[in-house]
Design a protein around this ligand. Structure first.
Ligand code: LMR
Length: 401
């Protein structure tokens, strides 16, 4: 029988937390699981600029006829400009172009399909730790992955020397996956000097960086967060970027993202584009239009764009405030300096909690984080941050007893 004899699967490491949270009847429960921006009231509202663009789309959209496997051309241009800045040489030389995909996950999967067809022996290097879905995406395409050390949660240290040592074993043509900003799950990003060293190392090897840019605008700002990608495009002949608009436009369920390629020249770029479009056609054929068209409308209209940037500023500022508050509460409750939380960026922090401590937090304090110890900082609020810090301090004290 087709459907009998299948094994029961464990819950997804991230989506499973959302399911467990939904099933908890406690009024005290706190969701620090899936990476969604939440406001002080715990909501994830539709942005006002998105509402305005949707209204305009509803009134003015003339057709829903098919576009192409590359999606909305205005969205693609606006995305490339958002990532690189309008006057970046990679754009003016036409070495770089973006293709709309269903979210950043779709971009990763399309790239993985392309890479496997191009050369099934391609090795994908992933940071340890990384987003829980990276490895399964490449594995689903039959590509081998290797890990390089990135962050030690127990000591809250970036493992830069270990990272460069491991990556120096990479071979020409290997793909090095890195988070462009707001590293998921650690929140720890390389500094500018470290990025330059990595660029030089990748160049000397002849490997290719693949930047996962899911949080542009959630770290230090739209341009600052894209700084590493821009520098890599200046320094290296080739690169891939998977970008997402789930977070920075709060369009999570509309699945908006892009795969951007930087080739050594225009001709290579155009041929690679044909291969990527072929991979898309054989997969989902064309990406869903709605969210990408909303993003294109906002980025193409000066007023809507200014309104979006303001809403993004509010989100970024609140995340920083919550980082500061959690860091202060934990430092005062444990007597151990937690200033690193305030110094890191984006939605996530990984505090080195063991699976037993994570289970204790869930069962006793109704605080939900992933089993790996990752917490979504945006799930905190002035109302719950003290209680969350107390739960973490109690989990640690209990483990130490
Ligand atoms: C996360 O890391 O929680 C988000 O990127 C959502 C997801 O798809 O896992």
């Amino acid at each position: 029988m087709l459907f009998s004899g299948l094994e029961i699967l464990p819950p997804d490491p991230i989506l499973g937390v959302a399911q467990a949270f939904a099933a908890d009847p406690s009024p005290l429960k706190v969701d620090l699981g899936i990476g969604i921006y939440r406001d002080e009231q715990g909501r994830s509202p539709v942005l006002s600029c998105v509402k305005s663009a949707e209204l305009s789309l509803q009134q003015n959209q003339a057709s829903k006829a098919y576009q192409s496997s590359a999606g909305n051309p205005e969205f693609n241009l606006a995305t490339a400009e958002l990532i690189f800045g309008a006057n970046h040489k990679a754009l003016t030389d036409r070495r770089a172009f973006s293709i709309q995909t269903p979210g950043g996950t779709g971009a990763l999967r399309v790239a993985a399909d392309f890479l496997r067809v191009r050369d099934p022996s391609t090795i994908i290097w992933l940071p340890d730790p990384t987003w829980a879905t990276h490895q399964p995406i490449f594995a689903a395409c039959g590509l081998a992955t290797r890990k390089y050390p990135y962050y030690d949660a127990a000591s809250a240290q970036l493992l830069f020397d270990e990272m460069t040592k491991a990556l120096s074993e990479a071979q020409p043509g290997d793909i090095i996956v890195m988070h462009g900003c707001c590293q998921n799950p650690s929140g720890a990003d390389l500094n500018e000097g470290q990025w330059r060293q990595i660029a030089a190392l990748i160049k000397s090897i002849g490997a290719v960086p693949f930047i996962d840019l899911a949080y542009q605008g959630f770290g230090d700002g739209l341009d600052a967060d894209a700084g590493p990608v821009r520098m890599l495009a200046d320094s290296l002949p080739e690169m891939l970027v998977a970008s997402s608009n789930s977070k920075n436009f709060a369009l999570y369920r509309d699945r908006v993202g892009a795969l951007t390629t930087v080739a050594q020249d225009r001709k290579d770029g155009q041929i690679a584009r044909q291969h990527i479009l072929q991979a898309i056609r054989a997969n989902y054929s064309m990406p869903p239009d709605h969210g990408a068209t909303i993003v294109a409308l906002i980025l193409g209209d000066a007023d809507l764009r200014a309104a979006w940037e303001q809403e993004l500023d509010v989100m970024r500022t609140r995340i920083k405030t919550m980082r500061d508050m959690l860091s202060q509460e934990l430092t005062s409750l444990t007597g151990v300096d937690h200033g690193f939380i305030a110094g890191q960026r984006g939605l996530f922090a990984k505090l080195g909690l063991t699976p037993a401590e994570v289970a204790y937090l869930r069962q006793v304090h109704h605080i939900y984080i992933t089993l790996s110890g990752r917490m979504n900082i945006a799930g905190l609020s002035a109302n719950n941050v003290r209680r969350v810090a107390e739960g973490i301090a109690a989990a640690r004290a209990r483990a130490a007893a």
